[in-house]
Ligand binder design. Structure first.
Ligand code: ADP
Ligand code: ZN
Length: 722
């Protein structure tokens, strides 16, 4: 028997199948999609079996060393999907396969993450009947004589008696896999759907195979619709995938699905340990869970017989893997998988991405709408405060209007959410005298001030140093912490409302495992009056007692050098506004801004997504941005900045010669020009239709594949322009 193996090294040069012999004693274990260990040069590597064949065109083949798995790791569908991904993202096939698997199934982690077992005992029918037993031993034998009994239960009787029985061969051991995640019994909670909701559900389940865009305002009952659709497919024996952004993958949403579907769900979120993830993965692969909820990579869940794929908050940039190869988008993968399974895809959002809305309006996707909140509930009133005018009347970072509103809610025992828009923003240290700012010596990025440790840190590479007392340049004692952090705002609130209980939720306070969940639970139980936080508080949360949402600084996310900054700002503000007044009581929203008439902020007032869409489309058209043009970012990086730039210029020349209908920009220094002493240049392509594109880019990658002085990464439809 000969097999074709794809080894686990990511390099373009070895990104192909190598033939190996299989020794007779291993042949019965070989299946397509299983991993084997093989000799490779002087190394021993693991790899996936992709082909089984009788002969090879090569003679003198090496033999495999062993078979790694007892069950298939990648099924036929995923094996094929990986090949399509490779072609669409121009990454290596092995990278495409690895991104589909939990850490435990990647070569370098083997051994660290184990399967856990529970141990059980049963009676050995052939035990030596001449042995005399004491009382406790007899009790144990009585228990195990007609069923499997867990070790724990028997240890409770007597561990020494148990050990004796094991030693004398009276008991036989049996191991069963133990899953670390527990789903308790479910209590089915189901709302009767409104007419609008029912229409959406009926359309999806009756007209399969479509990709739908469900445009529904915040609180319109989208999640309820998802559950009903899933229920439909569950009843006919089919499975479902639900993607939500990691940041909104909170206990709240998991709880809702859990209550309705019990242990049929498998929830994959950042709170799980690697071992727990591995257990969930095996439950999914074995068909023991039929509904998978997770973030971006859950789109690869090895479910069979998929009935529907749902992507909530489809506009979220967390669905695009942008930091490493393969740079895929979950939406694209969802559509590929839906073709294989012949099933619908539902993309849901209150602020769909411009790309998706444009496709829906062209009829590529089918548009479904939930224009109103459930049961006629009104959307919250939005009040936009011009901070230019308010400047004289502010206390710290709060306008009078916001302070008064907070005070009213506190009196009424209602709750408040405050958003500090930190996207692309940080507090940094600067000298008032000479203007010196501290930058990371590796990354050229402004260092962020951390009050709790009195240090300045780089958020890209982790570099840190103690905060200086005097300016290193002018030696004056005039250093100032600029920018505002959640800690600062928390202090201000406590000064103004000394009795108010403030819960701060940000990267620092939620980094410990389980903290995020705990905080949400205690805010829900009204142990706090104000929830103050970064983007984390904007998405997916559903607190019935919250009647005021305040945005401290709407503008910061507008300053990011990215063509999507208006879209991201509008969608963030609209999302966070949607957290207010979700239950009986009406809600208010107060947005503080220095740009009150800028459309991405002004249009939030009337929750006017369509108005925003139209205006933003004009801008995209004028500047040839998506969805009018596709974008591809070619990143050229290297330690030697001149060499990297020279090569980038050569690449640009080739592109200009070959791609005649493409707009080519750059090479420009990326806004994160130097990270960890690696210099980065971007070449940006804008195109509508360019038949030769993939071909030309593949050739360029091939040309540089063995050049260690520069690295080339290609990012189609980048989510961030860095
Ligand atoms: P969205 O996902 O669009 O923000 P949700 O599904 O979370 O909306 O619904 C908002 C609130 O309304 C939730 O508290 C939900 O339990 C409730 N809800 C949704 N649909 C119904 C319904 N048909 N009847 C009663 N309550 C509903
Ligand atoms: Zn750094």
């Amino acid at each position: 028997m000969i097999i074709g193996v794809l080894v686990e090294i990511s390099a373009k040069m070895v990104d192909k199948v190598f033939d190996y012999n299989v020794p007779v004693e291993l042949q019965s274990k070989i299946k397509i999609g299983i991993r084997v260990s093989v000799p490779f040069g002087r190394m021993t590597l693991e790899g996936f079996v992709l082909e089984i064949k009788k002969e090879s065109s090569l003679s003198d083949l090496k033999s495999i060393i062993d078979v790694v798995d007892s069950e298939i790791v990648l099924n036929d569908e995923l094996l094929e999907l990986g090949k399509v991904m490779r072609n669409n993202t121009l990454s290596t096939l092995i990278n495409c396969y690895q991104v589909m698997l939990p850490k435990a199934l990647k070569a370098k982690n083997k051994g660290n993450i184990n399967i856990k077992y529970n141990i059980f005992y049963k009676l050995n029918p052939n035990y030596d009947k001449t042995i005399k037993f004491n009382d406790k031993q007899n009790k144990i034998i009585g228990l195990v004589s007609n069923r499997l009994v867990s070790r724990k239960e028997l240890v409770d009787i007597s561990s020494s008696s148990l050990n004796t029985l094991i030693k004398k061969n009276v008991l036989l051991e049996e191991k069963k896999e133990h899953y670390r995640v527990n789903y308790k019994e479910s209590e089915i909670i189901k709302n009767k759907l409104t007419l609008d909701q029912k229409k959406v559900v009926d359309e999806v389940v009756s007209n399969e195979r479509n990709t739908y865009l469900l445009y529904g305002v915040t609180g319109s009952g989208k999640t309820e619709v998802y559950m009903e659709i899933i229920d439909h497919y569950l009843r006919i024996g089919k499975t479902s995938i639900v993607l939500v952004p990691e940041i909104s993958l909170t206990p709240q949403i998991i709880d809702r699905f859990h209550k309705r579907f019990g242990d049929k769900i498998a929830a994959i979120h950042s709170g799980l340990s690697d071992g727990e993830r591995y257990d969930e993965y095996r439950r999914i692969a074995r068909g023991e869970a039929s509904i998978v909820i997770g973030a971006r990579s859950a789109i690869f869940a090895p479910l069979k017989n998929i009935g529907v794929i749902i992507i909530d908050e489809e506009h979220s940039d967390s669905y695009k893997q942008s930091d490493s190869s393969p740079r895929y988008h979950s939406r694209d993968i969802a559509i590929l998988r839906s073709k294989y399974h012949n099933c619908p895809v539902v993309l849901g959002s209150a602020t769909p991405s411009l790309e998706s809305m444009a496709r829906a309006l062209k009829g590529v996707y089918k548009l479904l709408e939930l224009p109103n909140r459930v049961n006629g509930k009104e959307l919250p009133r939005v009040n936009i405060i011009d901070m230019n005018k308010s400047m004289k009347k502010v206390k710290g970072h709060f306008s009078n209007e916001l302070l008064e509103s907070i005070s009213t809610r506190l009196e009424k025992k209602e709750q408040v959410i405050l958003l500090l828009n930190r996207r692309g923003y940080s507090s940094f240290v600067t000298c008032k005298n000479c203007g010196f700012t501290f930058k990371c010596p590796n990354c050229d990025i402004t260092l962020t001030y951390h009050k709790s440790s009195n240090t300045m840190r780089c958020h890209y590479c982790g570099y840190g140093e103690k905060k200086y007392e005097t300016c290193p340049k002018c030696k004056e004692n005039s250093l100032n912490n600029l920018g505002v952090g959640t800690q600062k705002i928390e202090e201000e609130i406590k000064k103004i409302f000394p009795d108010c209980r403030v819960l701060r939720m940000d990267y620092d306070t939620t980094s410990r495992k389980g903290m995020h969940e705990k905080m949400i639970e205690s805010f829900k139980n009204h142990e706090y009056d104000i929830l103050l936080g970064t983007q984390m508080v904007a998405k997916g949360l559903d607190f019935p007692n919250v009647t005021l949402v305040g945005v401290i600084n709407a503008d910061t996310s507008l300053n990011i050098p990215d063509f999507r900054s208006s879209e991201n700002t509008f969608s963030l503000l609209n999302q966070v506004a949607g957290r207010s007044g979700r239950s009986e009581k009406n809600g208010d929203v107060i947005i503080q801004t220095f740009n009150p008439s800028y459309y991405a902020i002004a249009l939030v007032k009337n929750h006017d997504y369509i108005g925003f869409y139209k205006q933003e489309m004009l801008f995209r058209k004028k500047l040839s941005y998506p969805p009018y043009y596709y974008i591809c970012n070619i990143k050229v990086s290297g330690k030697d900045s001149k060499y990297a730039l020279d090569e980038a210029l050569k690449i640009k020349k080739i592109l200009e010669k070959e791609l005649l209908s493409t707009i080519i920009l750059g090479p420009s220094t990326s806004s994160l020009f130097r990270i960890n002493n690696i210099y980065k240049y971007n070449i940006i392509l804008k195109y509508k239709k360019e038949d030769k594109l993939y071909n030309v880019l593949s050739k360029i990658l091939e040309h540089y594949q063995s050049n260690t002085r520069i690295k080339i990464d290609i990012d189609f439809n980048p989510s961030k322009m860095i």
